[in-house]
Design a protein around this ligand. Sequence first.
Ligand code: GRF
Length: 245
Amino acid sequence: MSEATDTLNGFEAEQASTPRVVVLISGSGSNLQALIDAQSYDELGGEIVAVISNKADAYGLKRARDAGIEAVALPHREYDSREAFDGALIKVIERHEPDLVVLAGFMRILTPRFVQRFYGRMLNIHPSLLPAYQGLHTHARALADGVSEHGVSVHFVSEELDGGPVVVQAAVDVTSEDTEDSLQQKVQSREHLIYPIAVRWFLEGRLTLGARGPTLDGTPLPPQGLRLSHADAAEELDEDLEDDA
Ligand code: GRF
């Protein structure tokens, strides 16, 4: 066997073992961008092989294209039923053979069939400290309740909307000056830190969902997942984020 062939075989073997990620979006895709950025720094633990949006004009599709990632628009309005759309979505996702499906602002209620298909290998990010504020308008509801702490959760997706096992959370303080916008910005800055970390844990095989719930490095996670402070996240990312704090 020639040296050139050896090298090529080695290259192909390495490519084949890179975990594959499909990201589903509906809008801006700032979390997608955080994942793309992590990948570009070799900190994602895998490769985003496709981004799929149920909205053709989602800005996140442009982010994907700009990063050289296949961007697919699959408008749900073109399907007669939720089941038909989810069936089509399953086909498009499976064509890309993902190890992990990442929901990043994908604003669709999923059918049980869809959830079962990817159970244990599908993550979502939700802008609240679950189980508080499942559903929509989380920042407005937190402000209306006068809570002093709010935040974000990454969880495995189950059939209960925003109710699957939580992996990791990050909290922010809520002050009397906060508005819905300011709170959203604070929470989103935490989203962009913790989502790439949770994805990497999964792709490196450290995070799994077993019969007894999620484990990290074999240790069961607490019911509300790990609480990641800004400093913890910086350490995970092996970066000095102090200037950014
Ligand atoms: C985020 O706030 C996320 O928590 C929620 O949807 C939003 C998506 O934002 N699930 P983006 O499209 O990633 O900017």
